[in-house]
Design a protein around this ligand. Sequence first.
Ligand code: PEP
Ligand code: MG
Length: 579
Amino acid sequence: MEIIRKGIPVSSGFAIGEAIVLDTEEFRIPQRTVAPEEVEPEVVRLQRAVEASRREFEGHLTRLSKKTSGIAQILQAHLGLLTDPQLADDLISTIRKNRFTAEYSVSRTLKKKIKVLQDSGSSVFQAVIRDFSEIEKALIRQLLGAKREDISRLTKKVVVVAHDLTPAQTLAFDREKVLGMVTEVGGRTSHTAIVAASFGIPAVVGVEGVTTAVSGGDTIILDGTGGTVIVNPSEATLKRYQAMERNYVLLGRRLERELRDLPAETRDGHRAEILANIELPGEVAAAIEHGAEGVGLYRTEYLYLQNGFNPTEPVQIDAYRQAVQLVGGRKLVIRTLDLGADKMPLDSFPREDNPFLGTRAVRLCLERRDIFRTQLRAILKTASMGQVHVMIPMISSLHEVIEVREFVDEVRRELQREGESIPSKVPIGIMVEVPSTAIVADLMADHVDFFSIGTNDLIAYSIAVDRLNERVASLYQPSHPAILRLLRHVIQVGEARGKPVSVCGEMSSDPVYTILLLGLGLKCFSVVPPAIPEIKKIVRSVTMEEARAVAGKAFEFSDARKTEEFLRSETRKIIPDAL
Ligand code: PEP
Ligand code: MG
């Protein structure tokens, strides 16, 4: 029977295909007991799972080429704990004493051990916590008979259904094979959603209970524009969506062909710049294909998420060089490391209770100068190859800007002493994504070469709404009057002080806000590449006077929903088939 679910559309387009339900490894193991005569068979099941997990870890270890690498050490640590007789004793006695199932015994025993270590508050146990957690997952995988799906090596095209996906998991998707993705959690600007949008993978997040409604092999339709997910559609529904999908693809291709080489210029000749947001250098080519005039945001932290924590200077130089070469003389804004919050390599740093308010991005870089130095050396060494700009994320106070600039100068001098030739001027700009920075943009202006407004975080921090939490998604309002005021202020400061301002948060990729942003005086949009043709089309369809009038009127509403409705209808008036 056809099941219809609603979620938050985060990456437009349609996906129709066979579902694969990913083992999220966050198994919820119910507390179950067994009959007295089944206790010993449960012990045997457990012993077999321990043995199978031991073979699994050993197998990984023998396949590693470098037996001394960090991964090898981690695997050895897992093995050490897994084969510790004390662990087996604890697990078996939990089964025997309580008549628990083997799964529940594993889950309960290991979670207890992890909790004791976490409660100690000491960061020295981070690695052991990770080991216990990996052992728990491995054992439960064995007990449930669930093998980990390797999403990077799929053999057929699928729609991925999962409770949650990390940005790194999404990045590892085989893009040829993943038609679309649906998750139970997540928000419009979660990094998982952003990666899906960058890759042009249609996605819907925040679909409650979808992993239980769908079984692997079911046919699933996903509408990444409207946010609908249909499981086992009827023949008629399937036909209707197949036609919609064909139309969508044809329209998108036509728009792209028509607009790729045309400037983003209003009808009365005002020019805007449209740049691309990328996560990996390999995305540059597709961005240029879509019509990007350069890269306005290169999220370098994905290099760290992919290559294990803290990639070496040569690894980073390789990546930045590739990006500069692909961008071919156009602008390339390299954002320094924004690790933290939902972009964290597992267990590399002490756990924080509020990581979005914690040691994230520039705070981490200023604390860990060794990490920051490696990245700055790599960026500066690449700077002479093209139009490289450096952008600092999560600036919240002027002293951070000053400290960063001093450190960049120090690294530059160090490289010059080593005989490197670094361009005399590498523009350094900041992200405006913390409300304090937006408010005091005027105080920052003399110390920066440009501003880029990160609306994803700016909205989250201003309205106090978690960008990852689907339960508060309706409060995440880009057209909230407070956000409009902050945007206007920063754009005006930039204009008055001669500092270029761009918007690189997802707000600038959403066609609903294009006219508003233009009317506020924004001259540079940095967007997910697939959104470029539509944004260009809107810019090319209005005059500045029309855009200013729309922006002016948007300030008359005190309710974000009204503003949103108004912006939508104004956009439709100008381009009836938009949105
Ligand atoms: C933002 O916050 O708007 C932004 C562009 O940065 P990120 O999405 O990577 O946090
Ligand atoms: Mg941000």
